[in-house]
Design a binder for this molecule. Structure first.
Ligand code: NAI
Length: 679
């Protein structure tokens, strides 16, 4: 047993095999931090001088092999030169593993991502636990970079460019079975066989996974330009080069240098050292960190709810119930209408089929979701989530009716999107257990849940609500019980401005295009149609009682005529097969030059107002809420970071200008003054 290392432990067994146990100090997860890399480099140098029979890398952490490089170290890289040195060092360590004069094996369980999988790829053999918790991938693209420790070269060599590019360009993670099928692993087997399999590949090399002939062909110098075109076409559907340069950079270096691995690897490092300093990468890394901050709102450990009872099986309640059951809770779902409950079960089945795939798992999830028209589940529920009509009176009546049936410590959560909790609290005897759990539509796709804290909500209830949110793999964001909370309040002025622009005669497609070019996942007109115009109108009207938001007539007219958007097949757009039909813009049409600013500045102005009002506790949380609740261009780092990047003073002047031209809905919020002081 070797000493002096903090993060790795090596032992030699009686067969002369060296086992390198990765066990990062003071961390529940292995990451390739600088100190761990130092130790690895030193150990590999020692082993190289006196090669053992074989080296096996394994992790002593419960959750997995290695989750990736140390992201926090990225943010401290100040120049391209420093970045390049760090990346080249990573490559050096991986090359040492690859060049060991003895067999090397990566024994994988749980997370094996990014730099972790790059290390595995440098080993001669890769064997993984076939449990569902095993996740293999190179997700660097999600942080605005691509693999840099030789992972691009080695994944392409190992699995062929089509499979490897698919993994790297999407950033998707794969099960052990899928990774094996792609040729990335030698074995995907049950955990209990891992050690034996590792010993056996050392003694008798397994047959190498075969790459299909067509996959090899894609790497051919004459085929590459064509494949590059296809890849670029696919990537550009999701992200443009100016916003997300990393996938394009990866495709470029592969196309140019795939014939010369040495050069390809050098270019891989250079490319990452440049990408890592871009605003996109810096913002994406920060946004990644914000998720961790949100998860940290859930601090309690001794809370163990088992049963969730959802009331209201409509758009939201049905999907919330299905999601909670998918995440392992036993769930009862109550509605007044039997046929609504049948609809919930049908939708749940499609969700489970998509997510779980295996029949047994689908059946188990369906068994956890129980339709409950009489509300029998109330008695044993640890949490009740109310998602009935958006009406304070109706919700209050329901609360009065159910409270006597609940256990004393059952949490009562409402999914209201606009009613302040103070209006609902009087209906309850114990309103300290009332909290808002505001999900976003569609529940299975939107990661954010606003935890709405009313005046009477106890700290314990808030903590429990955050805990449940985290348990169902959503991001909790505590917000104050104020009109529209955070996300809807910020989103509505933007949506309403889009409708005003439409009223002024700006073509709908031009409005949506301005937003998607800014980096929004969907334009505001299409978004309003998707959410439902009746819901938009209701939220806008509620908000307009408290703030100067302005509800355009065109929206009211559409709702009065029952053109509610996607759900009725017609709203601003007409929908065909669930997709909006957007008439082409005439060739000589040029949109107003202030179009993007009119949309985005109303959003930014409201974000500043929310910060000033203390709806959330920090700039970070305004950014996080808007990104995870609306999809706001993550590469811009959220509204507040974007505002900073444009310059606060400059934005205030622009708002004043828009105010004088279009009216006081653009009046700069007084909160900007505070920001000016810190600029
Ligand atoms: P919905 O109209 O689709 O569903 C409401 C369901 O509640 C209906 O199935 C109805 O039969 C049932 N219901 C009404 N009163 C009931 C009672 N006393 N007992 C049992 N069931 C009852 O409404 P949706 O859109 O699902 O909204 C529900 C709540 O979620 C509202 O408070 C809404 O503001 C909020 N919300 C809606 C979002 C959306 O995008 N639709 C997004 C976030 C929150």
């Amino acid at each position: 047993m070797s000493a002096n290392y903090k993060n790795i432990k090596t032992e030699t067994d009686d067969e002369g095999i060296v086992w390198i146990h990765l066990d990062k100090a003071d961390s529940s997860t292995n990451i390739l931090s600088a100190d761990l890399m130092d130790e690895l480099e030193q150990e590999l140098t020692n082993l190289n001088n006196k090669p053992p029979r074989a080296v096996i890398f394994l992790s002593d952490k419960k959750n997995g092999f290695i989750a990736g490089a140390d992201i926090n170290e990225f943010t401290r890289l100040e120049t391209e030169h420093v970045a390049l040195t760090v990346i080249q060092r990573g490559q050096r360590v991986m090359n040492m593993i690859e060049r060991m004069p003895c067999p090397t094996v990566a024994l994988i369980h749980g997370f094996c991502l990014g730099g972790g999988f790059e290390l595995a790829l440098a080993c001669r053999y890769r064997i993984a636990d076939n449990d569902t918790k095993t996740k293999i991938g190179l997700p660097e693209i999600k942080l605005g970079i691509h693999p840099g420790f030789g992972g691009a070269v080695r994944s392409i060599r190992t699995a062929g460019p089509i499979n490897a590019m698919n993994m790297m360009l999407t950033g998707r993670t794969f099960s052990a079975k899928a990774a094996k099928k792609m040729g990335l692993l030698h074995y995907a087997i049950p955990k209990r066989h891992l050690m034996t399999a590792a010993r056996s590949v050392i003694k008798k090399p397994p047959t190498e996974p075969k790459i299909a002939w067509w996959a090899k062909l894609a790497n051919n110098r004459y085929a590459r330009p064509l494949v590059k075109k296809v890849l670029i076409k696919q990537v550009s559907k999701k992200a443009i080069r100016a916003h997300y340069p990393a996938p394009y950079a990866l495709i470029d270096i592969w196309e140019r240098y795939a014939d010369d691995e040495q050069r390809f690897m050098e270019e891989e490092a250079i490319s990452v050292s440049q990408l890592i300093l871009t605003k996109t990468a810096q913002n994406l890394v920060r946004v990644f960190g914000l998720q961790e901050k949100m998860k940290a709102y859930s601090k309690i450990k001794d809370y163990n709810p088992k049963h969730i009872h959802v009331i209201g099986g409509g758009v939201m309640g049905g999907d919330i119930a299905a999601w909670c059951a998918l995440q392992g809770f036993s769930v009862t779902i109550q509605d007044k209408e039997q046929k609504t409950l049948a609809g919930v079960m049908k939708r749940a089945y499609s969700l489970y089929k998509k997510k779980l795939k295996k029949r047994l798992l689908i059946t188990e999830a369906m068994d956890r979701l129980v339709p409950d028209i009489k509300g029998n589940g109330l008695k044993q529920a640890d949490v009740v989530i109310e998602a009935i009509f958006e009406d304070a009176e109706v919700k209050s009546n329901l609360f009065r009716e159910i409270e006597p049936q609940l256990k004393p410590d059952t949490i009562i959560a409402t999914n209201t999107s606009s009613i302040p909790l103070e209006q609902l609290a009087p209906a309850l005897k114990d309103s300290s257990r009332l909290v808002g759990l505001h999900f976003f539509n569609p529940v299975a796709k939107m990661p954010l849940v606003e935890i709405v804290c009313g005046k009477s909500t106890s700290e314990q209830t808030m903590q429990r609500a955050a805990n449940i949110t985290k348990t169902i793999r959503r991001l909790p964001l505590p917000v104050s019980s104020s009109p529209g909370f955070l996300v809807n309040r910020i989103l509505m002025p933007y949506l309403m401005e889009a409708v005003v622009l439409a009223e002024e005669g700006v073509p709908l497609k031009a409005i949506d295009k301005a937003a998607t070019e800014f980096g929004m996942p969907m334009g505001p007109i299409e978004l309003a149609d998707t959410v439902g115009l009746d819901i938009c109108l209701k939220v806008a009207e509620n908000l307009s009682q408290q703030m100067d938001i302005g509800v355009p007539e065109r929206l009211r007219n559409l709702v009065n005529n029952k053109n509610l958007g996607k759900k009725t097949g017609r709203g601003f757009y007409t929908f065909k097969k669930g997709k909006p039909v957007k008439p082409d813009l005439s060739k000589d049409y040029t949109p107003p030059t202030d179009l993007p600013d009119r949309l985005i500045l109303r959003l930014l102005n409201e974000a500043v107002a929310c910060l000033r009002d203390g709806v959330v506790d920090s700039i970070d949380m305004v950014d996080a809420g808007v990104i995870f609740g609306t999809g706001f261009a993550p590469f811009r780092g959220g509204p507040m970071t974007y505002a900073n990047s444009r310059g606060i003073e400059q934005l205030v002047k622009l708002l004043e200008n828009l105010d004088s031209r279009y009216g006081n809905r653009f009046k700069p919020d007084i909160g900007w003054q505070e920001l000016l002081k810190t600029e």
